[in-house]
Write a protein that binds this ligand. Structure first.
Ligand code: NAD
Length: 257
């Protein structure tokens, strides 16, 4: 154990995915009760299974973060079952298509914005009232290096992550007077299913080209490698812990340099 989350209640969205699962395992491993939220039942249940195998406590709630009633549902169910929400990792996301802006399908743009922007907004909108009433809580939004830099061939993704940082700043300032903190992490390339999809998108489905894209992206970092999801989870743990009580509305780049 590195942090003390005993008796804390946490919600993690996208908790069936690489970063969300690593964060769920880290939260539960440090004593939190974890509400695992994902669109994929299979992936969410697998996270719960892994948490329980490590002796932790977790429950799965299936939700689509683009649907307001689903978000109201997981907030209400969490408060019904556990009485409060101490930690919220607003993490679900989609990489979208890998094509130049002029070829970007408008439906894919809309779908991506619904998940990465509307989903994060709705998470904040419905979790914050509970935390404000408690006068305590910590939220981490998962943005990306793509929220700070150009993202050639990923226009919607880059725009969405810039928006996540904008919402983080506003939410951070609005919530701070109530003792609630909102921050964001900006990972570079992380070794998860999302990067497999991005590599395959850059490789246009060709395995060798995907491998070359992977090498090229790994080489953009000074240490020449992707992050492991656990490394991102470690930063999230710090930002929701009592070691970061004066950190508000900030974005933290974690990309190996
Ligand atoms: P992942 O693909 O492994 O996991 C994403 C999870 O989100 C999946 O389990 C998926 O089912 C879930 N999800 C997708 N749409 C959803 C919806 N509408 N409702 C509920 N759940 C939904 O990806 P990951 O790498 O773990 O990504 C997690 C977050 O980290 C994302 O916001 C992503 O943009 C961000 N991020 C990832 C990287 C990277 O290199 N992998 C880098 C920077 C930021």
């Amino acid at each position: 154990q590195k942090f003390d989350f005993t008796d804390k209640v946490a919600i993690v969205t996208g908790a069936g995915g690489g970063i969300g699962r690593a964060a769920s395992l880290a939260l539960a491993g440090n004593g939190a009760k974890v509400v695992v939220v994902d669109l994929s039942e299979e992936a969410g249940n697998e996270t719960v299974k892994q948490v329980q195998a490590n002796g932790g406590e977790a429950v799965f709630i299936k939700a689509d973060v683009t649907k307001e009633e689903d978000i109201q549902g997981y907030v209400a169910q969490t408060v019904d079952k556990f009485g409060k929400i101490d930690i919220f990792l607003n993490n679900a996301g989609w990489e979208g298509k890998i094509v130049p802006l002029v070829e970007y399908p408008t439906e894919a743009f809309d779908r991506l914005m619904a998940i990465n922007v509307r989903g994060v907004f709705l998470g904040l909108k419905h979790v914050l009232p509970q935390m404000i009433a408690q006068k305590s809580g910590a939220i981490v939004n998962t943005a990306s290096g793509a929220g700070l830099l150009a993202t050639p061939n990923m226009v919607a993704y880059g725009a969405s992550k810039h928006a996540v940082l904008g919402m983080t700043k506003t939410a951070g300032v609005e919530a701070a007077p109530y003792g609630v903190r909102v921050n964001a992490v900006c990972p570079g390339v992380v070794n998860t299913q999302m990067m497999r999809s991005i590599e395959s998108g850059f490789g246009k489905g060709n395995q060798e080209a995907a491998e070359a894209a992977r090498q090229q992206m790994a080489n953009t970092t000074p240490d020449g490698r992707y992050a492991e999801a656990e490394e991102i989870a470690n930063l999230m743990m710090y930002l929701v812990s009592d070691l970061s009580t004066h950190i508000v509305g900030q974005e933290f780049v974690i990309d190996g340099g």
